[in-house]
Design a protein around this ligand. Structure first.
Ligand SMILES: NC(=O)c1ccc[n+]([C@@H]2O[C@H](COP(=O)([O-])OP(=O)(O)OC[C@H]3O[C@@H](n4cnc5c(N)ncnc54)[C@H](O)[C@@H]3O)[C@@H](O)[C@H]2O)c1
Ligand SMILES: O=c1ccn([C@@H]2O[C@H](COP(=O)(O)OP(=O)(O)O[C@H]3O[C@H](CO)[C@@H](O)[C@H](O)[C@H]3O)[C@@H](O)[C@H]2O)c(=O)[nH]1
Length: 445
């Protein structure tokens, strides 16, 4: 049993702390946000993440997991300190180091014994060394500090599954002792444990996210060419993915990537290149394509509806992906204001992210927890998130509730077969909808 303090109880901190408690360690998750800690102490989850609340509850009951705003006590009682605070995008596009630096100073002031300090947050290359120096320069007592970079690869919506069965744990450190300690924490969790330098571990995280984002922008550019030429991007993605060197994942064309990581990490990686005197035109193109996808879906809606002045658009899905209530950089945040600028009224549906969406979108939309309520009297349905209930909706019923001709713009190429026979004028991304071809493709598997 190891004694661990997780500093920063956001998405990553909460999942990381919970998983380490679940695997038999004593963990305190701490945060400067007293409201969040109060909520957790009262047994309420500040985030929606399938499967998380059950293991939090069990770990708390079995006294392996606790929550606190007392960072000093948490640091002093632990041997391993996991830093999981946010590294949001700064005005210039770099990762903002304010919270990381603040935690470094808090550790320095509180230090009372040798510590292993692990950076879990996504941070620019060189941060681990810099944070180590900062702590050593300002430490209240001359105790050893071993620095480790152990980046996080979980995905929102499947975070618990990802964290319990990691494809890899990357452990970057020059300390033998720290490596052994952190590797043993991952023994039952990771298929592969990989040791690197701190710098390489930090870079693996950015390179991984940037590569996945590149796959998405690549297929979205191919989708645009498909639209112009009559090819079907879903077939292209399938045909490409059958080559194991390419693989099927992250080749789903649509409205592009959002969320708390890809948009900011692609920009931060560009800035890392720039501050080292290099250019990264490929990453620039990835970001530009992603921004264009958001604009082009608005054009698609506008064209299909023959102009949006006085029309009503029902937006299906607000969160940046299914199974999360996270609205950070969700495509809906750009698309809904743009629809409004074209003169449309927006009725927005999401199964769980409405409170979070309302906070950022305010009165730009009306909010509905029923797909059918949102579709009532609408001229267009625009699908932005492939939530399960959107895939399973009764599209004949939706059609009947709308103004006619009714347009269905599928920003995720995710419609069920039934939608094609319901009477809609359907527009997708990278596919020119022809009922005939699609029916034939479906029947030939
Ligand atoms: N969200 C993800 O899916 C994900 C996945 C992998 C990596 N990451 C990376 O992990 C890091 C954390 O991301 P997140 O989504 O969990 O962020 P988040 O914004 O949800 O949470 C960060 C938490 O840190 C707290 N905090 C800020 N300053 C603090 C301080 N001085 N002391 C203690 N707590 C403090 C905040 O109050 C907040 O609760 C980021 O670097 C992110 O890029 C995120
Ligand atoms: O083929 C695809 C796959 C994804 N997306 C979009 O890409 C975004 C990101 O999706 P996903 O990667 O599933 O979610 P995240 O939770 O943001 O996870 C990413 O970002 C995390 C934070 O760094 C990493 O830990 C994960 O490994 C990495 O997948 C979402 O908007 C998806 O809709 C597509 O458009 N097409």
């Amino acid at each position: 049993m190891k004694r661990i303090a997780v500093i920063g109880t956001g998405y990553v901190g909460l999942v990381t702390g919970t998983i380490f408690a679940h695997t038999g360690n004593r963990v305190v998750c701490c945060d400067v946000d007293a409201r969040k800690i109060d909520q957790l102490q009262a047994g309420h989850m500040p985030i929606f993440e399938p499967g998380l609340s059950d293991i939090v509850e069990t770990s708390v009951r079995e006294e392996r997991l606790s929550f606190s705003t007392d960072l000093t006590a948490a640091i002093q009682e632990a041997d391993i300190l996991y830093i999981a605070v946010g590294t949001p995008m700064s005005a210039k596009g770099d990762a903002d180091m304010t919270y990381i630096n603040r935690v470094a100073m808090t550790i320095a002031e509180a230090i009372n014994s040798p510590k292993i300090v692990v950076i879990k947050s996504t941070v620019p290359v060189g941060t681990g060394h810099r944070v180590g120096q900062l702590i050593r320069e300002h430490r209240a007592a001359p105790h050893e500090v071993a620095m480790v970079s152990n980046p996080e690869f979980l995905r929102e919506g499947t975070a618990v599954k990802d964290a319990l069965a990691m494809e890899r744990a990357v452990i970057g450190t020059s300390s033998e002792v720290a490596y052994k300690e952190i590797a043993s924490l991952h023994e039952t969790l990771a298929k592969t444990i990989m040791r690197t330098s701190i710098e390489s571990a930090e870079m693996i995280k950015y390179a991984s996210n940037a590569f996945l984002a590149t796959k998405i922008s690549f297929i979205n550019d191919i989708a645009s060419i498909c639209e112009a030429t009559g090819a079907d991007v879903s077939d292209i993605a399938r045909g490409m993915g059958l080559d194991p060197r390419i693989g099927h994942q992250f080749l789903k064309a649509g409205v592009g990537f959002g969320g708390s990581c890809f948009p900011k990490d692609t920009k931060a990686l560009m800035r890392i290149a720039e501050t080292n005197g290099m250019r990264f035109p490929l990453m620039n193109a990835v970001i530009e394509t992603n921004e264009r996808m958001r604009r082009s879906i608005v054009d698609k809606v506008n064209n299909a509806a023959n102009g949006l002045q006085g029309k009503t658009v029902a937006v299906f899905g607000l969160a940046f992906k299914p199974d999360t209530n996270d609205m950070r950089d969700a495509p809906a945040l750009d698309i809904i204001p743009a629809l409004r600028e074209h003169g449309a009224t927006v009725k927005a549906y999401d199964p769980i992210a409405i409170p979070e969406a309302r906070e950022v979108l305010g009165s730009r939309a009306s909010y509905h927890t029923s797909l059918y309520e949102a579709a009532k009297g609408a001229d267009v349905i625009l699908v932005l998130t492939e939530w399960k209930d959107i895939l399973q909706a009764d599209y004949h019923r939706l059609y009947a509730l709308m103004n006619h001709p009714a347009v269905l713009v599928d920003g995720r190429n995710c419609l069920p077969d039934m939608a094609y026979s319901a009477g809609f004028d359907i527009r997708q991304v990278g596919r020119n909808y022809e009922p005939h071809t699609l029916a034939k493709a479906a029947s030939s598997g």
